[in-house]
Design a binder for this molecule. Structure first.
Ligand SMILES: [Zn+2]
Ligand SMILES: [Zn+2]
Length: 128
């Protein structure tokens, strides 16, 4: 019974957030830039445009200044958040060489302000 209620809630959420709907069909959502691989969930709530923006913010590694938006300054940002995985290859000279990080990214669906929060990091062997 509990599961049915959760499923119903999820469905309601999907209907309430039309943004989530059209990113669902894009498989993979993996971006390779230089020695970095940035991976979104295959059913990511972020649109392709948002993903590209997030990739930019992560590569530049700086926090964005929020664009002025009247609604956001009155009611604060309306965030969509998701944990994404980034791998920076060959950062160490001995194995495991690659740095795997999990980052919680929040994007305001109104003004596009992007915020990131580091969750965890570990070293892995993904390249031989
Ligand atoms: Zn905002
Ligand atoms: Zn690697």
């Amino acid at each position: 019974m509990k599961r049915i209620i959760i499923t119903a809630l999820m469905l309601l959420l999907c209907i309430a957030m039309p943004l989530t709907a059209y990113a669902n069909d894009i498989a993979g959502n993996v971006y390779e830039i230089d020695d970095r691989t940035i991976q979104f969930k295959s059913n990511s709530a972020f649109t392709e445009e948002e993903q590209l923006k997030i990739v930019n913010v992560l590569i530049e590694d700086e926090n964005e200044i929020a664009p002025y938006n009247l609604v956001c300054s009155l009611f604060s940002h309306k965030y969509t958040s998701e944990i994404i995985t980034t791998t920076t290859h060959n950062v160490r000279s001995s194995a495991p060489k690659c740095l795997l990080e999990k980052i919680n990214v929040s994007v305001c669906s109104r003004c596009g302000y992007t915020e990131k929060e580091h969750i965890s990091s570990s070293y892995i062997n993904c390249h031989q």
